[in-house]
Design a protein around this ligand. Structure first.
Ligand code: BG6
Length: 480
């Protein structure tokens, strides 16, 4: 059998609700075009867009062309586009699109992508049910999966009334990233790594998702979200789960997700005192002035929504008990960087004391999720010369240098997997509920907002979470 990544999915239609929106234009249409060009869409199957914009098939094809030209990862090629455009249909969702969709969808099997705000999920699910489209349908939904534990449970029940869990694909696009998938290969395909990957060797772990862009034109939406719901509950907790999970019994999707959910259940409910929230004010990022968050359209002038959040948390598992995990994410920071850093314990004795080496730096493993994707190991080495002087050095693996290819976009991988019916890289119901459960105390008793200037490393108050330690400096060169 060819590798999974090269398999052609079975015949089916794909329906995209919200087909003219930001997500569809920036990610979904370009990803579907790439899959089509590589022969990785079903042999027979339409891509049916629906949204409130009044368009016809031709108008939708033009919109797709524009989206691919603007956001695609490769140049639009006319022959490939003509083949892709031949699949595109459009149904305006001005009034009940269900019956019209039922007429257009010709195949027994179909997958429905809800690329719409969460408030639209319920009416769409009802519409699908009353049009008799629930049978044979799978559903892809985007995060956020609810806005707290209770709403996540409600959403899951609403979905289960329409389709069973085996036909639900909850997308967290971080799982589609090559570097995130490589975390499993790095850990479980190398003899050395798992020997040191636990509380015996690791003293603390820092996870960072730093962005140098602000909230831009998403103010209205972001006011209801904030960094905790936008990034921590999903992207960061998935990174944490993959970092801490035990080896699964196989690479079967359920075996893998069973291990991830065990980690999420082991996260001690996060104490509000261990959380620092921040919001950016006007400042300069990469030499450009960025307006403050409260200056954005749709944002209240006294908004208390966090654009930055940092926390200290504990994973009460056999392997990780006692190891503090420090998570931080923020918008309008000094740089864009997602990384996982494991700081090792100190050596038991400082044998080189009095020889010129006064302070040894702990060994460090850095997983660079993006950009400059790679992995590095930092350790101490003797400087050449007659005296024993140490210097921190590093061994480095870089994707760019080793593989010399451009990795596929996360959405290409995820859409292809969903069409194949492979759940490995999607979030299961219990994962999302366990993640909310751990964060619920912070939602119930929200810590105050601290201001930070755009272009900085976030509020200085976040330093205190490390109790004497330091956050890895984002102004250092990647990996240093
Ligand atoms: C999305 C968030 O899920 O991830 C955005 O809603 C964020 O706020 C984005 O900017 C970051 O994705 P990436 O792939 O650029 O790290």
């Amino acid at each position: 059998m060819p590798p999974e990544t090269l398999r052609v999915p079975p015949d089916q239609d794909l329906v995209v609700f919200g087909a003219t929106g930001d997500l569809a234009r920036r990610k979904l249409l370009p990803a579907l075009y790439e899959l089509s060009s590589q022969g990785l869409l079903p042999r027979h199957g339409d891509v049916v867009g629906t949204a409130t914009t009044d368009l016809d098939d031709e108008g939708f094809r033009e919109l797709a062309r524009g989206a691919i030209m603007e956001f695609g990862r490769s140049q639009l090629e006319e022959g490939s586009f003509a083949a892709f455009a031949g699949r595109l249909r459009y149904i305006p969702a001005v009034t009940d699109p269900g019956p019209k969709l039922a007429k257009v969808l010709k195949r027994q099997r179909r997958i429905i992508y809800l690329a719409v705000p969460p408030s639209a999920f319920d009416p769409i699910l009802q519409e699908l049910r009353s049009a008799g489209l629930a049978r044979g349908s799978s559903i892809i939904i985007e995060k956020p999966f609810g806005h707290d534990l209770a709403s996540a449970r409600e959403l899951n029940s609403a979905l289960h009334r329409i389709v069973p869990e085996e036909r639900i694909y909850r997308i967290d696009h971080y799982l589609g990233k090559e570097t995130v998938q490589n975390l499993l290969v790095f850990r479980f395909a190398n003899t050395l790594v798992e020997r040191i990957w636990n509380r015996d060797v690791v003293a603390s772990v820092q996870l960072t998702v730093a962005e140098d862009i602000g909230v831009e034109n998403r103010g209205r939406l972001y006011e209801e979200t904030g960094a905790l719901r936008d990034i921590v509950q999903n992207h960061m907790f998935q990174l944490l789960a993959l970092t801490c999970m035990s080896p699964p019994s196989s690479f079967d999707p359920e075996a893998l997700r069973d291990e991830k959910v065990k980690v999420l259940h082991s996260i001690r409910p996060v104490a509000p005192a261990d959380v620092v929230r921040g919001q950016y004010t006007r400042g300069s990022v990469n030499g450009k002035i960025m307006p403050g968050y409260r200056e954005l359209d749709g944002v209240s002038p006294d908004s208390a929504t966090e654009t930055y959040i940092a926390m200290r948390l504990a994973v009460d598992s056999w392997e990780w008990a006692g190891v503090p995990f420090y998570l931080r994410c923020g918008k309008a920071l000094t740089t864009r960087r997602t990384e996982i850093m494991l700081y090792c314990r100190d050596v038991p004795l400082h044998l080189f004391e009095g020889t010129g080496i006064e302070q040894l730096q702990p060994n460090r493993i850095t997983l660079r999720i993006q950009p400059e994707e790679g992995i590095s190991f930092s350790f101490e080495a003797k400087q050449p010369g007659p005296t024993v002087l140490e210097q921190g050095v590093r061994m480095d693996f870089s994707y760019g240098q080793s593989f010399k290819t451009q990795p596929a976009e996360a959405y290409e991988r995820l859409l292809h997997d969903a069409l194949l019916g492979d759940h490995t890289l999607f979030i299961r119901q219990d994962e999302t509920e366990a993640a909310w459960k751990a964060l619920q105390p912070v939602l119930d008793d929200t810590p105050p907002i601290n201001l930070y200037a755009a272009g900085s490393q976030g509020p200085t108050e976040a330093e205190a979470l490390l109790r004497g330690g330091r956050w890895h400096d984002l102004s250092h060169h990647v990996g240093d």
